[in-house]
Ligand binder design. Structure first.
Ligand code: PGA
Length: 248
């Protein structure tokens, strides 16, 4: 079963999401090929939880506080997300690393906060264009993964999905090729194998994200070892997203 995850980023108001979900949920036919998760802005979680109640579509968030509660103006904690019906949270997205200066150490603390609250984690990692051009993809992925997963127990990896999202492919219309994705998948499995065990390396869930659309999704989903997709821009139109899901 492929994990297909939508990342709405900072798009749609509550009423827009309500309209989207009424259309999406009524037309989406659950089958044993896909598990769909929608990662929405915080303000749209409550209405989504209500509208998705009798479906198997899961709800996700796009950020989490490293803290449990207290004087942290503007932050949202893991227990708040859990009670809002969230099952998974995106952590370490390159937009947060770059635009909000999130470090690997902070990402590590956020992962621990998510796990503590029983939330699944979509950990985003990926090389920059400069790293790709200087053949540093392997090094870059290894460093990001090792820093993010520091101190985790092997049995916690079942709650983690690693999203390979090359920075140069996000929102650019330039997706990674099947060969590039296959290479990254191998690298990620090897890092997990080295740091945890051969079994962990084999079992870890790895998905791809970056300029996925109706034209490239089936090719990328056929790459050996790929467990799913993280879809940004193309998930915002429910017709396009449903078409993409239908191609898997
Ligand atoms: P994109 O975004 O599909 O718009 O490239 C993917 C992501 O950032 O998760």
């Amino acid at each position: 079963m492929k994990k297909i995850i939508a990342n709405f980023k900072m798009n749609q108001t509550q009423s827009e999401t309500k309209r989207y979900l009424m259309s999406f949920a009524s037309r989406f036919k659950q089958n044993d090929k896909v598990e769909v998760t929608l990662c929405l802005p915080f303000t749209n979680l409550a209405i989504a939880d209500l509208l998705l109640q009798n479906t198997q579509i899961k709800l996700g968030a796009q950020n989490i506080s490293e803290f449990d509660s207290g004087s942290y103006t503007g932050e949202v904690s893991g227990s708040m997300l859990k009670e809002a019906g969230v099952e998974m949270v995106i952590i370490g997205h390159s937009e947060r690393r770059q635009k909000f200066k999130e470090s690997n150490k902070l990402i590590n603390r956020k992962i621990k906060a998510a796990l503590k609250n029983g939330l699944g984690v979509i950990l985003c990692v990926g090389e920059s264009l400069a790293e790709k051009n200087t053949l540093k993809t392997l090094e870059s992925l290894r460093f990001q993964i090792e820093e993010a997963l520091k101190g985790l127990y092997e049995n916690e990896l079942e709650k983690i999905i690693i999203a390979y999202e090359p920075i140069w492919a996000i929102g650019t219309g330039k997706n990674a090729t099947a060969r590039e994705v296959e290479y990254a998948v191998k690298v990620i499995r090897k890092v997990i194998e080295d740091d945890f065990s051969a079994k962990a390396g084999k079992d870890i869930n790895i998905i791809y994200g970056g300029s996925l659309n109706v034209r490239n999704i089936s090719t990328i989903m056929r790459v050996k070892g790929i467990d799913g997709a993280l879809v940004g821009g193309a998930s915002l139109d429910e017709n396009v997203f449903l078409n993409m899901i239908g191609l898997i």
